[in-house]
Ligand binder design. Structure first.
Ligand SMILES: C[S@@+](CC[C@H](N)C(=O)[O-])C[C@H]1O[C@@H](n2cnc3c(N)ncnc32)[C@H](O)[C@@H]1O
Length: 334
């Protein structure tokens, strides 16, 4: 176990959590209040080794003030991977000093919107001051920072095209609640791209109760499978993951930085059989979709309208030969 949160120990370190009072929103021995005071201090005093090594592309961060880069505590680069489109609305959860929001601002352009959500006032204050500098440099102002929790996101239903988060879900004491909130704020066909710390086996209860390790982005980590199962349970499909790098090994458990992508799915219109077909093209002998349908390679399968639409889009685009009701390629795809 760690013996206090300090930068000398390396990793996601900071002020000692152990003296903070436990709040009501707690998991095991850890509370949201503790996480909040921990990152409040990390906003005031930049800590070089906090969290994980993250390489941002110079062209993505050239318009971002140095102060923001100094308090960037992510473990991936979800916005660079997601590449939101012009005019899109992006919600970044646990936005911290705002780095991912400011990267997104350039990609969504003057017609887009970026909403950063964080519970920690000193982080929000830093982010808001620097938002003005970013707006001056870009020539438009599309970023706002809202105070709130991942578990109660202060954004209306279906407002976001993309939800991102960078090294934050592991800190939540109510992860199912976070996934259900992400699902709520995403528009039909919206998606999430989330970088987080995950473990190669479930973190034992004794470690989960260690608030210091929680603050270090260790003991609150899910396994990749637990993460995907929670996302699936909240209604997401097409989940993929990129394991980026091994970050640390603690008590024999390996902790990795991993980026997850998933899709919200469209509004249910009723799945109608109208003669559409899907033929799986490989690789491998068969593909099992998120609802458990098995497609054998080369076998023509009649699919309903929802499934046909889903298989035509990312992340399945190109994996199937699809035909419309009249045998032709359906419009809008291929
Ligand atoms: C490890 S830092 C990452 C900050 C930022 N994403 C980045 O890449 O620099 C975690 C951030 O998430 C915020 N946070 C943690 N748990 C939260 C929760 N349950 N609700 C809202 N914000 C939370 C903290 O205040 C902190 O700013």
């Amino acid at each position: 176990m760690s013996d206090g949160l300090n930068m000398a120990a390396g990793g996601c370190c900071g002020p000692d959590l152990s003296c903070e009072s436990a709040g009501s929103d707690a998991a095991g021995g850890v509370s949201r209040d503790q996480v909040q005071s921990y990152y409040g201090a990390a906003a005031e005093a930049p800590q070089e080794q906090l969290c994980c090594p993250t390489a941002y592309r110079p062209e993505d961060v050239g318009h971002i003030p140095e102060e923001v880069l100094a308090i960037s505590y992510g473990c991936g680069s979800p916005i660079a991977q997601a590449r939101p489109g012009l005019g899109h609305t992006v919600v970044d959860l646990g936005s911290g000093g705002g780095i991912d929001c400011f990267i997104a601002a350039r990609m969504v352009g003057a017609e887009g919107r970026v909403i950063g959500v964080d519970m920690t006032e000193p982080m929000l204050a830093k982010a808001r001051v620097n938002a003005r500098a970013v707006a001056d440099r870009l020539g438009y102002d599309v970023v706002e920072f809202r105070k709130g929790f991942l578990e109660e996101i202060p954004v209306g239903d279906g407002e976001a095209n993309l939800v991102t988060s960078n090294c934050v879900i592991n800190l939540s004491v109510d992860k199912p609640g976070v996934f259900s909130e992400i699902h709520r704020v995403l528009a039909p066909e919206g998606r999430f791209v989330i970088s987080d710390i995950v473990s190669d086996q479930p973190v034992p209860e004794a470690m989960r109760a260690d608030s210091e390790l929680w603050g270090e982005c260790i003991s609150g980590a899910l396994t990749e499978r637990e993460f995907a199962t929670l996302a699936e349970g909240a209604g997401f499909y097409g989940i993929t993951l990129d394991r980026e790098y091994l970050w640390k090994e603690v008590n024999g458990i390996r902790f990795y930085s991993t980026t997850f992508r998933a899709y919200r799915g469209g509004a249910k219109t009723g799945c109608l059989y109208q003669g559409q077909t899907a033929t799986y093209l490989g690789p491998g002998q068969a593909f099992v979709d998120d609802e458990g349908h098995t497609f054998l390679r080369g076998q023509v399968v009649e699919v309903c309208t929802d499934t046909a639409a889903k298989l035509a889009r990312e992340p399945y685009a190109g994996m199937f030969a699809l035909t419309g009701p009249d045998g032709s390629a359906p419009s809008g795809c291929c």
